[in-house]
Ligand binder design. Structure first.
Ligand code: SAM
Ligand code: 2KA
Ligand code: SF4
Ligand code: MG
Length: 215
């Protein structure tokens, strides 16, 4: 199978429990919860996306003919040194494209594989670190993993305490609240802090790369 990749880059993981870790980011093109076109945002299931995942024209992006070609390119971004190789599969929705061949090819090159998924498709069982970020109005099928990262507040449905209690029944090791990045960021951060103060099972995570000027 070939892969449509929006962009690839080396940076630090900015979010979640693995924040601060050196990582290659592989951003796949396309998502099942939004077309990525601004004119469709208001009618999309996921309306707050901070990412351009349309097309294959970003830095390090392109069409990759097979898993070996894509994994070789990822290794090129990592550079020298075999220690601590870490790759984050994101998008868009990576599970629209991730398959056995890619997981095998990345493992064969020594990568620990993390994923950022909206959880509406089952995550590949070979992935080493699973982050699911549920979206109001979608059905999450991937209800287990390493970290659940809930963007807060989520306009529309799904942000009452009942929903949080339901998610607490899912099989994740870490429950994280991430302030929504929009023009009301300060209010959103306050609201996110309020959740954590009321429900100690949850921890705050911030998008550190945005404060640090990293990609
Ligand atoms: C762009 S998404 C790509 C991966 C996958 N489609 C998902 O939603 O998890 C990467 C992460 O950014 C989060 N995110 C997207 N837009 C955001 C925003 N405006 N503020 C805070 N987090 C956001 C998502 O919830 C997700 O955890
Ligand atoms: N530095 C950095 N960390 C991230 N963690 C999750 C991201 C994503 O867009 O999936 C992201 C991103 O875009 N940049
Ligand atoms: S599910 Fe993820 S990639 Fe898709 S629109 Fe929402 S935040 Fe963006
Ligand atoms: Mg991002």
């Amino acid at each position: 199978m070939s892969y449509a990749v929006k962009e690839m880059f080396l940076t630090l993981q900015g979010e979640g429990v693995q924040a601060g870790r050196r990582a290659v980011f592989l951003r796949f093109a396309g998502c099942n919860l939004w077309s990525g076109r601004e004119q469709d945002r208001a009618s999309a299931i996921c309306r707050f996306c901070d990412t351009d995942f349309v097309g294959t024209d970003g830095l390090g992006g392109g069409r990759f003919a097979d898993a070996a070609a894509l994994a070789d390119a990822a290794l090129g971004f990592w550079g020298e040194g075999g220690e601590g190789r870490y790759i984050v599969l994101t998008g868009g929705e990576p599970m629209l494209q991730v398959d056995d061949a890619l997981v095998e090819a990345l493992h064969a090159r020594g990568f620990t594989i993390a994923i950022e998924s909206n959880g509406t498709l089952p995550v590949h069982p070979g992935i080493d670190w699973v982050c699911v970020s549920p979206k109001a109005g979608s059905t999450v099928v991937q209800t287990r993993g390493d970290e659940l990262k809930l963007v807060w507040p989520q306009p529309g449905v799904g942000h009452g305490p009942d929903d949080l209690a339901a998610m607490e029944g899912w099989a994740f090791d870490h429950f994280l609240i991430q302030p929504l990045d929009d023009p009301h960021a300060a209010d959103n951060a306050r609201a996110a802090i309020d959740v954590v103060m009321a429900r100690p099972r949850w921890r705050l995570t911030v998008q550190a790369h945005k404060y640090l000027g990293l990609r």
